[in-house]
Ligand binder design. Structure first.
Ligand code: SAM
Length: 297
């Protein structure tokens, strides 16, 4: 069975009387080249564990299972579970979990698979993401600290461009800075909306995230670093002096001193700062807010 053929998707929809859910972002891939670009981009080897987010009817799942040692696919829609049982019946190295990815502990899944001796290679996360929760999913993956070697996922093209953007670009924002702290980002494919069923309103792109073994900056407190990025971009048209005022309870004069100490012009805006500069600010903010905490003890 050619799973990704439009005719197969049509047959499955008729057989199971399946109305695809817009609110769950159910736009299925119908192009073998897109599947190949995700699978090849992920660099899946025969010893690897693949975790797939949102398998749908299993087109990527089956392709990953051809190469990987084990595939765990996490799907929220219980109506798709019997369908996946049918479409993936020939594979004995796939486990489908009916769960919300945002309520799934990825570390626990990996640890379980390690304990079971299910794989001896890398951990690779793949998916054609449900677009309504792209950013929460990506942040959850990185914040969880899951020991994944790569993350290769498709998303709305505009979101991919924002994540990939660097300082000085119009699209550089909090999500770009946060993600680029954790990994190197590469756009590996642009995908037109015509290759999905049903056809979404927007084009898509596949990003490959290579998780950094060494972070680009030493942080005193990751939470403070993210708070500074959020504050800076929260008021992106304001100068750093204004946008960072109030971060971690620090007033404007403290922020001015910190920017001076970090050698950063207070009239600059967040969109011009690289990761190292955010880190320098955040480390000074962390020092001051900890010092503040101690005086209250
Ligand atoms: N992988 C399939 C493909 O490419 O044809 C389907 C991709 S479709 C864009 C997104 C999939 O994610 C759907 O199957 C949808 O039901 C599932 N999904 C949506 N929200 C989810 C969530 N919170 N947790 C897990 N899966 C979810």
């Amino acid at each position: 069975m050619n799973l990704h053929a439009s005719s197969t998707i049509k047959e499955i929809r008729q057989k199971y009387n399946l109305q695809l859910s817009k609110s769950l972002g159910q736009n299925f891939i119908t192009d073998g080249n897109v599947i190949d670009s995700i699978i090849e981009g992920a660099g899946i080897g025969p010893d690897d564990l693949v975790i797939e987010i949102g398998p749908g009817i299993g087109v990527l799942t089956a392709a990953a299972a051809e190469t990987a040692a084990k595939v765990i696919a996490i799907e929220i829609d219980s109506r798709l579970i019997p369908i996946l049982e049918e479409t993936l019946a020939e594979y004995d190295n796939i486990e489908v979990i009916n769960r919300d990815i945002l309520k799934t502990d990825l570390n626990e899944i990996v640890e379980e698979q390690v304990r079971a001796g299910a794989f001896a290679g890398a951990v690779r996360i793949i998916g054609n993401l449900p677009y309504y929760i792209t950013t929460p999913i990506i942040m959850q993956i990185f914040e969880s600290g899951v020991k994944a070697d790569s993350v290769t996922v498709m998303m709305q093209k505009e979101v991919a461009e924002r994540i990939e953007a660097g300082p000085g670009s119009r699209t550089y924002g909090a999500i770009s800075a946060c993600v680029q702290y954790y990994c190197d980002v590469e756009m590996i494919a642009k995908v037109p909306k015509e290759v999905f069923v049903p056809r979404p309103k927007v084009d898509s792109a596949v990003l490959n995230f290579k998780i950094r073994k060494e972070k680009p900056a030493q942080l005193k407190d990751e939470k403070v670093f993210f708070a500074c990025i959020k504050a800076g971009f929260g008021k992106r048209r304001k100068t750093l002096l204004n946008s960072l005022s109030g971060v971690c309870g620090l007033d404007k004069s403290a922020v001015g001193e910190i920017l001076g100490e970090a050698g950063i012009d207070p009239s600059r805006r967040a969109e011009t700062l690289g990761i190292e500069e955010f880190a320098a600010i955040a480390n000074l903010v962390a020092e001051r807010s900890t010092a503040g905490d101690t005086t209250h003890e």
